[in-house]
Write a protein that binds this ligand. Sequence first.
Ligand code: 5GP
Length: 197
Amino acid sequence: MNEDAKSDTIQPGRLIIFSGPSGVGKTTVLAAIFERCKRPLMMSVSATTRPQREGETAGVSYHYLSDQEFKQRIDSDAFLEFTEVFGRGHWYGTLKETVKAGLSQGKWVILEIDVEGAQKVLKHHPDAITIFVHPGSAQELERRLRGRGTESETELQRRLEVAQRELDMANLYEHIVTNQSVEQTATDICQILESVE
Ligand code: 5GP
């Protein structure tokens, strides 16, 4: 095989499950990872029935679907996994097609999903790289969520409850990284990704 032919060969992609409680800073950390990591990373854009937040872009942050559209995708088996994340009627799901397309192009596809979704994906992809971003403590998480100020008090309490359950399950992940500074966390995660064969 000549050099040109070799460089055309697509290396198989990898699946990365990236979790952590709401408010821990996953989005900021992910942006920093994309800036510095040498792997061909790609975000899998999930579908959700939750309303679009200010600052979010349809098709980039999420595919925003009505309940009926979401149900149609469940019925047509379009999801690799789906779940009702905060127990109040908002659904989130990973689209099979997005993951398949990324992996076939040799991308390292990042799924930013909750712990329940992660367990479902691991059944089909036991070789996925699993990373959990930890706030350090539940108190620290509450401080950050309050600082963000995007949720009502009721919603905040619900997220803290879910967060506690997620923190209790962090040990399911191969890599647990405490987010004390965005720069350090992104560097640590990048090192993890670059050391994987
Ligand atoms: P948010 O509403 O703050 O964007 O996301 C809330 C939670 O939903 C986050 O913990 C995020 O990881 C999770 N999530 C986002 N997309 C998916 C998905 O496709 N599947 C699952 N299981 N969880 C998701």
